[in-house]
Design a protein around this ligand. Structure first.
Ligand SMILES: Nc1nc2c(c(=O)[nH]1)N[C@H]1C(S)=C(S)[C@@H](COP(=O)(O)O)O[C@H]1N2
Ligand SMILES: [Mo]
Length: 198
């Protein structure tokens, strides 16, 4: 396999890397709604649907065989902790453009995860070059608590947009609130603008 392309999230190049109202922690807390699902990679499926010419489903082996990238990024959780220098390895969201023909009306995605969890992103935020479906963190396979086998990582937005146990992407013409967004979190979630709650 080719050497994974290495991408630095632009936010790690800032002189001040800690957004307003945040404090740095060394540990990595675990946060999510409900129980940690135990996901069997043998039955895991990834579905690309919504505003695409043809819906597509990949199994785990097909998914992990896609070209890998590495991304170095900071985590900013809306509950005010930040964790700097996280090395992620996985599959760039941009590969979806080759896997499915996305219709011109599509302007947003709804990210789907186990247990019915969802989160919404604009196409621009979803396809930013530092956004990936992570399989590893700091060289280790992602634990189930942190979203393994596959989680989305959206480095430039608050961490609730980084859906754990992801299993599908739905392309939409409207910005539809996801789980936390419907509960009062901001539709966008830029930590540098403190877009915490709506
Ligand atoms: N599937 C799923 N993903 C989720 C959540 C969730 O409730 N369900 N919570 C989000 C929130 S609010 C945060 S802060 C991060 C926490 O990720 P971590 O436990 O790996 O630190 O996961 C995000 N992804
Ligand atoms: Mo969160």
């Amino acid at each position: 396999m080719n050497k994974p392309k290495f991408i630095k999230s632009p936010d790690i190049l800032r002189t001040n890397r800690v957004p307003p109202g945040q404090h740095v922690t060394e540990r990595w807390p675990t946060l999510h709604h409900g129980q940690t699902p135990q996901i069997d990679t043998k039955s895991w499926q990834f579905r690309i649907f919504g505003l695409v010419d043809e819906e597509k489903t990949l199994n785990y082996d097909e998914f992990i065989a896609l070209p890998n990238i590495k991304v170095l990024s900071d985590i900013h959780c809306v509950t005010t902790w930040s964790r700097l220098n996280n090395l992620w390895e996985g599959i760039s969201t941009s590969v979806l453009k080759d896997l499915a023909s996305i219709q011109a009306e599509a302007k947003y995605v709804l990210v789907h995860a186990a247990g019915g969890f969802t989160t919404n992103l604009s196409l621009e935020d979803f396809f930013a070059e530092d956004v990936l479906f992570a399989l590893k963190h700091d060289g280790q396979p992602l634990s189930s608590e942190h979203g393994g086998p596959v989680r989305l990582v959206v480095p430039r937005l608050y961490f609730w947009k980084s859906a754990k146990w992801v299993n599908g992407i739905e392309f939409l013409d409207k910005n539809q609130p996801g789980f936390w967004e419907a509960g009062g979190y901001h539709m966008h979630g830029d930590p540098w603008k403190e877009e915490r709650y709506a």
